[in-house]
Design a protein around this ligand. Structure first.
Ligand code: PLP
Ligand code: TYF
Length: 397
């Protein structure tokens, strides 16, 4: 009976948004859920997306199903966006793209594939990571384990990470955030990535890159650097790509699992399995968002327009990071919070404690996650000083 069904708590990140909406404080500030926001606090639809949608609505002939791997134009554009136009792996026919409902769908498909086709391999996640990683891979039946990433001192722990990866059983899967680590904002340097590559190679681990923020770190090409380094150096790599943030397509559920195999023949075996598992999960993927991305990536004008707008989003977030550290300087706190300007992407592990976060919420209407994670894109450039004053009060009282 349904009477035996236990109630479980909702998603804490999305739950925080409800608390924010219910707060009558007119000066409230939402730094919770990770969606990009512009200076007016809106999550915009990029102009290139609007233009592509208009074109689509005029040209679309049918709503019949797309194939199991999704839209071929989308696949072609996304493979080049992620792996690069010059990719040797692409040239050799070793990389394929399976469209999925968002980055989350791609992660779940990867989880299914690993659980069914590579049984006995555990997946190693950074500590901390995006909470959905923890539940999603467990739901797919994988054993979930952790490697150190950011410690209680709120510093990126590359030595701890490398030491643990060096002890991971051969063959296990290691999930790596390609850029803009969620939740911390701490990314690896190129030298760090090379060291991780050597451990992954030596222990014959399978890297699974979660690439949800391409274009939000240092730029579209720069952010793909680690994915490309590993893809060209190793026989087998998995990458989940999300178009939610960089194309502003969140609710259209647009993403893909990119599989790289040792040779073109092996790739086709993997792809047959991915299509079979996708069939059990969602049959065929949603079309609209992928059709939009396919149009944008395949058209120089639309692509240029999109890249400009994405550059603008990236620069806005980077500017807010620096602006907040500058505002904190007035209170003698620039040094203490210097990491905010060094982190990348939408998120910052500020280092504020749960008690400090709760005070900011109650006294100032500033909403961060209790872990101290702030969505930097939610900051108001006109009110950085006000926020800095509030932070100074809760850290010094
Ligand atoms: N992976 C990470 C690290 C994310 O932050 C997100 C964001 O929501 C996703 C995956 C999933 O993105 P999507 O909305 O495309 O499912
Ligand atoms: O971490 C975030 O805030 C984003 C958005 O269940 C998100 O990745 C948060 C929770 C969730 C789905 C997406």
């Amino acid at each position: 009976h349904f009477g035996q069904v236990a109630r479980v708590p909702g998603d804490p990140i999305l739950g925080l948004l409800e608390h924010f909406r219910a707060d009558p404080n007119p000066a409230k500030l939402d730094l919770g859920v990770g969606v990009y926001k512009d200076a007016a606090g809106r999550t915009p639809i990029p102009r290139a997306v609007k233009l592509a949608e208009q074109r689509l609505s005029d040209s679309e002939q049918s709503k019949s199903y797309v194939g199991g791997h999704g839209d071929p134009l989308f696949a072609e554009g996304l493979l080049r966006l992620v792996l690069g136009h010059q990719s040797a792996v692409l040239g050799a026919g070793r990389a394929g793209c399976t469209q999925a409902p968002g980055g989350t769908g791609a992660l779940r498909l990867a989880g299914e594939f690993i659980a069914r086709c590579l049984p006995g391999r555990a997946i190693w996640l950074s500590q901390p990571t995006w909470p959905i990683h923890e539940t999603l891979f467990a739901a797919a039946g994988l054993e979930v384990r952790h490697y150190p990433y950011v410690g209680v001192d709120n510093r990126f722990d590359i030595e701890g990470m490398l030491a643990q990866l060096g002890r991971v059983p051969s063959g296990d899967v290691v999930l790596l955030h390609a850029c803009c680590h969620n939740p911390t904002g701490f990314d690896l340097s190129p030298a760090d990535w090379r060291r991780v590559l050597e451990v992954v190679r030596a222990r014959e681990l399978l890297p699974l890159f979660d690439f949800a923020y391409q274009g939000f770190g240092d730029g579209l090409e720069q952010d793909a650097w680690a994915v490309r380094l590993f893809s060209e150096a190793l026989p087998e790599v998995l990458v989940t790509s999300s178009c939610s943030k960089n194309f502003g397509l969140y609710r259209e559920r647009t993403g893909a699992l990119i599989a790289i195999a040792a040779d073109a023949e092996g790739l086709q075996d993997v792809r047959s399995q991915l299509a079979a598992h996708a069939r059990n999960l969602w049959s065929t993927p949603p079309s609209h968002g992928a059709a939009v991305v396919g149009l944008i990536l395949g058209d120089d004008t639309l692509r240029g327009c999109w890249q400009n707008e994405l550059d603008g989003m990236r620069r806005r977030v980077a500017g807010l990071r620096m602006g907040l550290v500058e505002a904190l300087r007035t209170y003698g706190l620039a040094q203490r919070f210097a990491h905010i300007a060094e982190q990348r992407g939408m998120f910052s592990y500020t280092g504020l404690s749960a008690a400090q976060v709760l005070r900011l919420r109650a006294e100032d209407g500033v909403y961060l996650l209790e872990t101290g994670r702030a969505n930097v894109a939610g900051l108001d450039a006109e009110r950085l000083d006000q926020l800095a004053a509030a932070i100074a009060r809760v850290v010094t009282d």
